[in-house]
Design a binder for this molecule. Structure first.
Ligand SMILES: [Zn+2]
Length: 302
């Protein structure tokens, strides 16, 4: 199996959202579709790699957020032989995206169309649900689904055991090419830091050779990467809780978190231009909303 990374050029910016094209003896597969707003770029990418629309047999989705799976409905029309694979909790939203679109509209408002484009349903008979450990034969290889909640309840990572490649969706965070910095994507409404840390430990047990985050690329310093993600996830949660205790409001907390995050990036040798690129995959106001919501719910439970 050969892996080609299709850069979806999200918001005219390179290396923010990837779709991974797997090529092998029995046709082609995709991990992630990207949003409908990047559909032309995705179909052009298939063409560039000599893949016809009938060649794509499998589309594996890590979760159903619009930046990862938003183009699924359109693709079910364009790629007649493709079966879609998704976590069982994500399934209802793939075959009827109306609720998902409604909740995304609450977050993104008037930018919905520019960012994501239209989300159409995928016909039920084109979708297969996967659970922990289930295998799918794709593109001359086998991919094993791993249940990895935290960023979303319904999140799967996909391992190719022979190469040790792990497609991590958002569970291994956001990391852009040339950078060591890992930003935890913590949008509302589902983030669960405890579950996320368990998923990071789950990935450590899987012991992959490389991590392939959708935002963006491929990294081999697996232990360091996961360590940084776990540490920052816990640290940012405590930071946001502390700000809430001090009576700070959301916008203020978001700005404080940005200042903290940017300082951490600088310390790792990145600059603030990089921060803007990371923002396209997970912006501070959104990350703050998710962490505040999680912190509030956690307190209510105590
Ligand atoms: Zn994402």
């Amino acid at each position: 199996m050969k892996i080609e990374t299709i850069d979806l050029n999200f918001m005219h910016t390179q290396q923010v959202i990837a779709s991974f094209l797997l090529l092998g003896e029995d046709g082609a597969a995709l991990v992630e579709t990207g949003p409908t707003s990047c559909l032309d770029r995705l179909t052009a990418g298939l063409k560039e790699h000599g893949v016809s629309q009938g060649d794509v047999r499998h589309i594996l989705l890590t979760h159903i957020h619009l930046d990862h799976a938003g183009a699924s409905g359109h693709l079910s029309e364009l790629l007649p032989n493709a079966t879609f694979y998704v976590h069982e909790v994500g399934y209802p939203h793939l075959v009827d995206p109306s609720k998902l679109v409604k909740s995304a509209t609450r977050i993104y408002g008037e930018s919905m169309d520019e960012l994501w484009g239209e989300a159409r349903p995928v016909p039920e008979d084109r979708v297969v649900t996967l659970k922990e450990g289930e295998e799918t034969a794709v593109a001359g290889a086998v991919l094993v689904a791993h249940d990895t909640p935290g960023h979303a309840y319904h999140h799967l990572a996909y391992l190719e055991p022979d190469s040790g490649v792990l497609f991590t969706g958002d569970v291994a965070g956001i990391r852009l090419p040339g950078q060591s910095y890992v930003r935890p994507p913590t949008p509302p409404p589902e983030i669960d830091v405890d579950a996320w840390v368990k998923s990071i430990n789950h990935i450590r047990k899987i012991d992959p050779n490389s991590l392939w985050p959708t935002h963006f690329g491929c990294y081999e310093d697996v232990g360091r990467h996961l360590g940084e993600l776990e540490q920052r996830l816990q640290d940012w949660l405590l930071f946001v809780e502390g700000q809430m205790d001090d009576g700070a409001e959301r916008d203020e907390i978001s700005e404080e978190l940005r200042a903290k995050g940017d300082a951490e990036m600088l310390a790792e040798g990145a600059d603030t231009t990089q921060s803007e690129h990371y923002d396209l995959a997970g912006s501070y106001p959104m990350l703050t909303d998710g962490l505040m919501r999680y912190a509030t719910r956690r307190r209510e439970k105590r």
